[in-house]
Design a protein around this ligand. Structure first.
Ligand code: FES
Length: 131
């Protein structure tokens, strides 16, 4: 049956557990995360995590491993130079900042989203997947 044959284009994003990431938003290195629409790349996950500030009480944390051909060496998502969306320059897929949904290109799965929690100026990111 054709449908049962492995389709490399359908590989899920691999999962690598990680210890809770604690970010103190008052530190200078996280200054960009104190403005709505600001973002910062941090280590963790499979290929790193993009943290995005939606507003003062809401932050998103996206796995940087692209959801399309995630095992390709190049399948790593960056912030587009416009700062308006994320993109994998590998084959040009684009993803929005609200849910990591694909907005263009070949990818059809969203980027993985990890749980975030804000307590005062402390933002924590855990390996719990929320999408
Ligand atoms: S692996 Fe992401 S678009 Fe090609």
């Amino acid at each position: 049956m054709v449908a049962c044959q492995p389709d490399l284009s359908d590989d899920p994003i691999p999962y690598i557990p990680f210890n809770e990431i604690i970010i103190n938003l008052s530190f200078p290195e996280y200054a960009t995360l104190r403005t709505d629409g600001g973002y910062k790349e941090v280590n963790g996950g499979v290929r790193g995590i993009i943290v995005y500030r939606v507003n003062a009480t809401s932050y998103n944390a996206f796995e940087r491993n692209c959801s399309f051909h995630p095992n390709d060496a190049c399948a790593t998502v960056n912030i587009h130079s416009s700062s308006l969306y994320m993109t994998d320059p590998c084959c040009g897929s684009t993803f929005d900042f609200s849910d990591g949904n694909p907005s263009g290109g070949v990818a059809w799965r969203p980027l993985r989203k990890y749980r975030t929690q804000l307590t005062g100026t402390t933002l924590s990111i855990t390996d719990e997947v929320i999408n």
